[in-house]
Ligand binder design. Structure first.
Ligand code: NAD
Ligand code: ZN
Length: 246
């Protein structure tokens, strides 16, 4: 493993335009469950009952109860060494952009500044009618919460299954993928589209793919280097190695 980490560090030190793509796995060690994998949230809850616009229209209260639980979890979680390692790589001027599928705020809290959030933000609520937005510093009390501007209901400002991604975020993400010469893919199953296509774009434009995951993902077959293990263990070692070489 240390040979592979060293190889990855060499590629990264030589890179001119490194980007990162992260998924739920990077926040797993902060205590936020992933959707897939052994302890995935949805081994207990069915996604189609919770994370779709149809489910919300049918029963906004149940969907909000699930989100209230997850909001509490995000608010009590702390960034882990993997989030901090990426923020440090950015500070060093090596990592140019971090693209995340996560809806938590752990990258921001670790200090990452150039962040593209593809799937929205669990700590923002948005009106289904007028687009009014509100930051949440705690789960709303009365569920579903009401819009103070027009009286309709608020929903979590996240992307649900079957919904389009925010246009600006997706444009910026694919543009940065076309320009990147290396992508570091961390803790994503790679099966949620279009986010899962981003490493393929980097590869097709001649870039290299380095992946960190506890198990193989849909991305693994196109990776140049696969670093198997916990992101919170691997990324700090990788950053140390990069510092030695840089
Ligand atoms: P996913 O749940 O589909 O996959 C998680 C991946 O992380 C798996 O490949 C797993 O092997 C890997 N993993 C688990 N623990 C790890 C660790 N400690 N180190 C490295 N890898 C680890 O997640 P996804 O690919 O992000 O896609 C699912 C969707 O879930 C996204 O749209 C995202 O918005 C949403 N989601 C977000 C959060 C969050 O914001 N923290 C949590 C759950 C789900
Ligand atoms: Zn409104």
């Amino acid at each position: 493993m240390s040979d592979l980490i060293e190889k990855a560090a060499k590629i990264i030190v030589k890179s001119k335009n490194l980007i990162a793509l992260t998924g739920a796995g990077i926040s797993a060690e902060s205590g936020i469950p992933t959707f897939r994998g052994e302890e995935g949230l949805w081994s207990k809850y069915k996604p189609e009952e919770l994370a779709t616009p149809e489910a919300f229209m049918r029963n906004p209260r149940i969907v909000w109860e699930w989100y209230a639980w997850r909001i509490d979890m995000v608010l009590s979680a702390k960034p882990n060494p993997a989030h901090r390692a990426l923020a440090e790589l950015e500070d060093m001027g090596i990592l140019k952009i971090t693209i995340t599928q996560n809806v938590d705020n752990l990258h921001e809290r670790a200090g990452t500044k150039k962040l593209i959030k593809l799937h929205g933000d669990i700590l923002t609520a948005r009106c289904v009618s007028c687009g009014y937005k509100q930051h949440l510093s705690a789960p709303p009390k009365d569920l579903p919460p009401k819009c103070p501007s027009c009286g309709d209901i608020l929903r979590p400002d996240v992307v649900w299954f079957g919904e389009p991604l925010p246009a600006k975020a997706i444009e910026e993400a694919f543009e940065s993928a076309r320009r990147a010469d290396v992508i570091l893919v961390v803790g994503t199953s790679g099966v949620v589209y279009p986010a899962g296509l981003i490493p393929h774009v980097v590869k097709n434009y001649g870039g290299k793919v380095i992946e960190v995951n506890v198990s193989e993902s849909a991305i693994t077959e196109i990776t140049d280097i696969f670093l198997r293990g916990h992101a919170g263990k691997i990324l700090p070692v990788l950053v140390l190695k990069i510092k030695e070489l840089a």
